[in-house]
Design a protein around this ligand. Structure first.
Ligand code: C6P
Length: 423
């Protein structure tokens, strides 16, 4: 199959052909004559040459440890690392660069809050409100804390259309709620969570609010001050950045009041054989040599996203998702989970093909070059609520085209033909 890209499309808000040239992997074939159609962006995005080159350049020209040396390379590396912190603060409109803590990923960021904020400020009987559509990384750390400290977990239920039950949320969020921790967008279904309503409910009760931005920060403008939240967690690898670098943003007063997450080099002020005192934030939460090149690559990824504009990226994804929802509706035997309207969801479409296990769908699509994710998407409670073991999931990003959606639809029709289904 030859994939012909209509790179002159004018309905798109930016120059898709130019963008695709920045991503060499999009030109590869997964087998001779089978071009890659990468639709697994909710799992991880691809990286542009600008990000890849920044990492090579760092190791080739600047590499040294940071905050430790007086020599030129160490000073350069420190300046680059700290410069990226400031850039990322600006990207999410954080008032102070010290509020950006570099972690490995969203998972570590949420664990950091559960450990360093939760263990200090939550007591037995305090309630933490989560939702049924959370990724495991926003469930398991709180279950661990519950088992250790006796806090109570409450879950805002999911309605059959993949949205959250706001009436139930109003009932669950009350005087005992000390923390609301919710995702901005479901990775399994694409549902966009009505954060403004939920945050207002939590703030009316004086609760702290953590937002899991793993699926929102890469795809739409996120402004922590406008949202009025306290913590935001996200991952570099889902937003064109390297693996192994993530961010926890937290309000400075909260970060100041928290104890460290890990002990070691760089997070201390003084150490004697008897006791130690802590460095100020952000160093207090960045023990050991950090992922310096990762932070630099993430900074370049943020430059790339900012140059395109997050509103333009969101608009592009709505167009692609809208087109995909319409085309997929015509595939025999295919049903889509979640809201039918592209405006109400991110660029994620979970679906099933009647009579074929999602893993088999994924495998046949792969033979046509189409990469999607199948499984429970680290959101087993969502699968339980839908009463399915797994789904097939296509997810889009700024470089995807309507022609790639056509390739997905063709491959699904061939999957039906292969299994003799959809008739
Ligand atoms: N979701 C997916 O295929 P990490 O692995 O720490 O970078 O991100 C965890 C995470 C947290 N919250 C949400 C909403 C997420 O989507 C993810 C990662 C990927 O859906 C990998 S499981």
């Amino acid at each position: 199959m030859t994939l012909v890209l209509d790179t002159t499309s004018t309905h798109l808000p930016f120059d898709i052909a130019r963008i695709r040239r920045d991503f060499p992997i999009l030109k590869r074939e997964v087998a001779p004559g089978v071009p890659l159609v990468y639709l697994d962006n909710a799992a991880t995005s691809q990286r542009p040459v600008q990000v890849i080159a920044s990492i090579t350049r760092y190791y080739r020209d600047h590499n040294a440890n940071i905050h430790r040396g007086v020599h030129t390379l160490s000073v350069e590396s420190t300046d680059m690392y700290e410069g990226e912190r400031a850039k990322i603060a600006q990207f999410i409109n954080a008032p102070d660069a010290r509020e950006i803590i570099f972690t490995r990923n969203t998972t570590e960021s949420i664990n950091l809050v559960a450990h360093a904020w939760g263990r200090k400020f939550l007591q037995a009987g305090d309630e933490v409100v989560l939702s049924e559509i959370e990724h495991h990384s926003n469930i398991v750390p709180w279950q661990m804390l519950r088992d250790e400290r006796g806090i109570v977990l409450r879950f805002i239920p999911m309605l059959p259309d993949g949205t959250l039950d706001l009436d139930e949320a109003r009932r669950l969020i009350g005087p005992k709620t000390k923390l609301l921790s919710v995702t901005a967008m479901s990775n399994a279904l694409g549902s966009i969570v009505p954060l403004t309503d939920l945050i207002a409910m939590a703030k009316a009760e004086g609760a702290t609010v953590l937002v899991d931005g793993a699926q929102s920060v890469p795809h739409m403008a996120v402004d922590v001050q406008a949202l009025g939240i306290d913590f935001l967690a996200f991952s570099g690898h889902k937003m064109l950045g390297p693996n192994g670098i993530g961010v926890l943003w937290g309000r400075l007063d909260l970060l100041d009041a928290m104890d460290p997450f890990m002990g070691g080099g760089d997070m201390i002020l003084t150490v004697t054989l008897d006791r130690s005192t802590w460095a100020d934030v952000p160093a207090k939460f960045e023990a050991g040599t950090p992922d310096i090149s990762g932070a630099i690559g993430l900074g370049v990824a943020v430059d790339y996203l900012a140059a395109l504009g997050m509103d333009a990226i969101r608009k592009h994804e709505i167009e692609i998702t809208d087109y995909a929802l319409r085309r997929l509706a015509d595939v025999p035997g295919l049903s889509i989970f979640g809201r039918p309207n592209a405006q109400e969801r991110g660029g994620v479409i979970s679906f099933e093909l009647e009579g074929i296990h999602p893993h088999d769908v994924g495998q046949v699509l792969d033979t046509h070059g189409v990469a999607i994710r199948t499984g429970h998407h680290c959101a087993q409670p969502v699968m339980a609520a839908l009463n399915v073991p797994a789904t097939a999931r296509a997810s889009f990003y700024l470089y995807n085209t309507t022609e790639e959606v056509d390739a997905l639809v063709d491959a699904l029709e061939q999957t039906n033909a292969f299994f003799g289904t959809g008739r």
